[in-house]
Design a protein around this ligand. Structure first.
Ligand SMILES: [Zn+2]
Length: 229
C-alpha cells in the first residue's frame, strides 16, 4: 500500500482504466475534404473506447514555426470545429504556445498548420494541450458521489517506480461515456503508465484556478448510431 492511499482521511472513490492520447486531430467536414479530397470518405482503423468515435487510417502532419510532427491521427466522425490536440513536448517541438484547455474550448488557442495528402491549411487557432479528464456514465458518477465538471485527485503508476498523483482531473459525466481516464503521452510516460494500466481516483478536490470557463459537454457525434445501430 502506498503512503497516499493509507494516509488518514483519504477516500478512495474507485478505480478506472486509462486511455493514453497521443497527438491527434478532429477535423470539420470542410477541412477533411480540403485535406483528403472532395470525394474522400473516412477509413476506419480501429474503434476507441468512447462510443461513437473511431480512429481513421488518415494521418496528417503538423507544422509549426520550429518544426514538424508526422503521424497525427485523425479521429472520426468529423466535428463542427477542427481541433488539434498535442502534448506539451509536441508544442515545444512545433514552436507554438498551445494552451492547456478543455476539449472544445478553442478561443485564443494556438495557431498550427495541418498538412494532408492534397493540401495544407493553417488555423489561426485550434491547437491545444488537452486537460486530463475522466469520462464516466452519469449513473457511475452518481455512485462515486461525483457529477459533470467536478475535479478529482488521481493516483497513477503504482509499481512503475514513477508513481504520481495527478491533481485537477476533470470529470466528464454524460450518458454516452464509458469509464476511462484520458491523459496524454507526456503525462502517461511521466507516471510510467502502459495502455492496460488502471488508476485510483483518490478524492474530490476544489475547482482549480486555471480551469477558466466550462464549455458545454458536447454529444459524441455518432453515439446515437452506436447505441441504436
Ligand atoms: Zn477524452
Amino acid at each position: 500500500m502506498s503512503n497516499v492511499e493509507t494516509r488518514p482521511g483519504i477516500v478512495r472513490l474507485g478505480v478506472a482504466p486509462i486511455g493514453i492520447d497521443p497527438r491527434h486531430v478532429h477535423l470539420s467536414q470542410e477541412h477533411f475534404h480540403l485535406l483528403f479530397g472532395p470525394e474522400a470518405k473516412p477509413r476506419r482503423l480501429k474503434g476507441v473506447k468512447q462510443p461513437g468515435y473511431y480512429a481513421g487510417w488518415e494521418t496528417v502532419k503538423l507544422v509549426g514555426p520550429k518544426g514538424e510532427l508526422p503521424n497525427a491521427r485523425v479521429i472520426f466522425p468529423c466535428r463542427t470545429q477542427t481541433q488539434v490536440e498535442v502534448t506539451r513536448t509536441d508544442a515545444i517541438g512545433l514552436g507554438i504556445r498551445a494552451p492547456l484547455r478543455k476539449s472544445g474550448d478553442l478561443l485564443g488557442s494556438a495557431p498550427v498548420t495541418i498538412a494532408g495528402p492534397l493540401a495544407s491549411l493553417t488555423l489561426r487557432e485550434g491547437c491545444i494541450v488537452p486537460w486530463r479528464h475522466i469520462h464516466m456514465h452519469t449513473m457511475e458518477a452518481e455512485r462515486w458521489g461525483l457529477k459533470q465538471n467536478d475535479f478529482v485527485r488521481v493516483r497513477a503508476g503504482d509499481g512503475s517506480g514513477r508513481e504520481l498523483v495527478f491533481d485537477n482531473v476533470w470529470i466528464r459525466a454524460a450518458d454516452w461515456y464509458a469509464l476511462e481516464f484520458h491523459l496524454d503521452t507526456d503525462e502517461a510516460n511521466a507516471a510510467g503508465l502502459g495502455p492496460s494500466d488502471q488508476i485510483v481516483v483518490v478524492e474530490q478536490m476544489p475547482v482549480p484556478s486555471a480551469y477558466g470557463s466550462a464549455p458545454e459537454e458536447f454529444e459524441t457525434p455518432g453515439w446515437r448510431e452506436f447505441i441504436n445501430p
